[in-house]
Design a protein around this ligand. Structure first.
Ligand code: ATP
Ligand code: MG
Length: 384
């Protein structure tokens, strides 16, 4: 008797002609997530089966698979020969000691000597004879013993379904560039878009030496945590020190954040286009802070010429974002106290509803193109 893991996938069935491609991407992503752990992955009638692993690795395997988008649910099952005695022994092992139950049999092998109903009745009867505190309830059972008789002479027996991460396999919805700060929101935004199947690259802006190296390490750590859901990622790091200094010395300081955002968007778009990313992603949430007004978004959107800007958190409350951040495991890192560049030269009274014409007038005091070029030249890329 061997333990195996049955993987059921989410929305792949929606994809008609592309189904084969989706499944291949999905299988590769599972392989990547299980790198370094002995296992085999086999496709089997609209599901995948993970086999030949050490039982000691089950927890780490299920933990890693819990981060693979596209998995709808999974079950740890016992694999036995398709023989009624062996099936019964497996059923006995997965059966609870008390409560009501039913047996559900699925028979892919139509040549098996008994039909599904007969298998369920026979195994159910034998369980009742052997385990005194259980009873049958076919309408509202406490637990279900599932038996899957396969075409290759084996049967799978299991009683639990665990939820997978849901969503679509990463790599089936193109590629996006996530503007990642050291805060709570942007990793959550990246996670949400990756869940819809998008591959994620990250870009981070720093103002070293005004920001410190711990702030940088923090962002690397966040990108690394995100990469466990996104089948790896690349972190692009760009210095905006010169830009902030120039804004500080030449422009109305109240426009610091507004102008800096426009530079970030320009640089992010430039690098996104270079690496084939098809959109920008930010962690903005409407009205969360002074700069996240619709006027602020108008101002930053205005400089992005070719790509859509996705703001998946726009409709979320901070509480909801924090809850997600905890669930994906980035929260503790995000709340470390190191400051990012938006806090450098922070004005006392930042404009909250910037008028685009005023923003453009302030920006006209700067040599925008030269500053963008100079910033892009500081690009450093880390593969995670
Ligand atoms: P976060 O929690 O993601 O930092 P926030 O609530 O602090 O978001 P802001 O600081 O206003 O909000 O930033 C809004 C968005 O702008 C961020 O979610 C991120 O996408 C982007 N951003 C801000 N600062 C940086 C930075 N230093 N590098 C890259 N992107 C940034
Ligand atoms: Mg922030």
């Amino acid at each position: 008797m061997e333990k195996v893991i049955i993987i059921r996938y989410s929305e792949l069935h929606l994809k008609g002609k592309n189904r084969g491609w989706f499944e291949r991407v999905f299988a590769v992503n599972m392989e990547k997530s299980l790198k370094g752990i002995r296992h085999e992955i086999h496709r089997h009638s609209g599901r995948y089966l993970i086999e030949n692993f050490s039982e000691n690795d089950i927890d780490v395997i299920t933990e890693r698979l819990g981060k693979v988008f596209g998995i709808h649910s999974y079950s740890v099952a016992l694999k036995v020969r398709a023989d009624m005695n062996e099936i019964f022994n497996a059923a006995k092992q997965v059966c609870s000691a008390e409560g009501s139950f039913k047996v559900d049999t699925h028979r892919a092998d139509k040549s098996f000597s008994l039909n599904s109903m007969q298998v369920s009745a026979e195994i159910g009867g034998r369980l009742l004879d052997n385990i005194p505190s259980i009873k049958v309830d076919v309408h509202n059972p406490d637990f279900i013993i599932n038996i899957d008789i396969r075409e290759n002479g084996t049967a799978l027996v299991f009683n639990e379904f665990f939820n997978g991460a849901g969503g679509m396999p990463v790599g089936t919805s193109g590629k996006g560039m996530l503007l990642i700060s050291g805060g709570i929101d942007s990793p959550v935004a990246g996670h949400m878009i990756a869940k819809r199947g998008m591959k994620i690259e990250c870009i981070h802006f720093h103002s070293y030496p005004y920001t410190n190296l711990q702030a940088r390490e923090k962002v690397i750590e966040l990108a690394k945590q995100l990469s466990t859901y996104t089948c790896g990622t690349t972190l692009n790091i760009v210095s905006v020190t010169k830009i902030q200094e120039q804004i500080h010395s030449l422009c109305n300081g109240d426009y610091m954040v507004t102008l800096l955002r426009r530079f970030m968007m320009r640089i992010a778009e430039r690098i996104a286009l270079k690496c084939g990313a098809q959109c920008l992603i930010t962690g903005e949430s409407l009205a969360q802070v002074a700069s996240q007004t619709v006027e602020g978004m108008t101002s930053s959107n205005n400089v992005v010429q070719n790509l859509p800007v996705l703001r998946p958190l726009c409709g979320f409350d901070k509480d909801e974002i924090i809850e997600r951040s905890r669930a994906i495991g980035t929260y503790q890192t995000s709340i470390e106290p190191y400051e990012d560049c938006c806090t450098v030269f922070l004005p006392k009274h930042p404009v909250t509803r910037p008028k685009l014409s005023d923003v453009i007038a302030e920006e006209a005091k700067l040599d925008v193109e030269a500053l963008v070029d100079e910033a892009v030249a500081t690009l450093e890329t880390i593969t995670l």
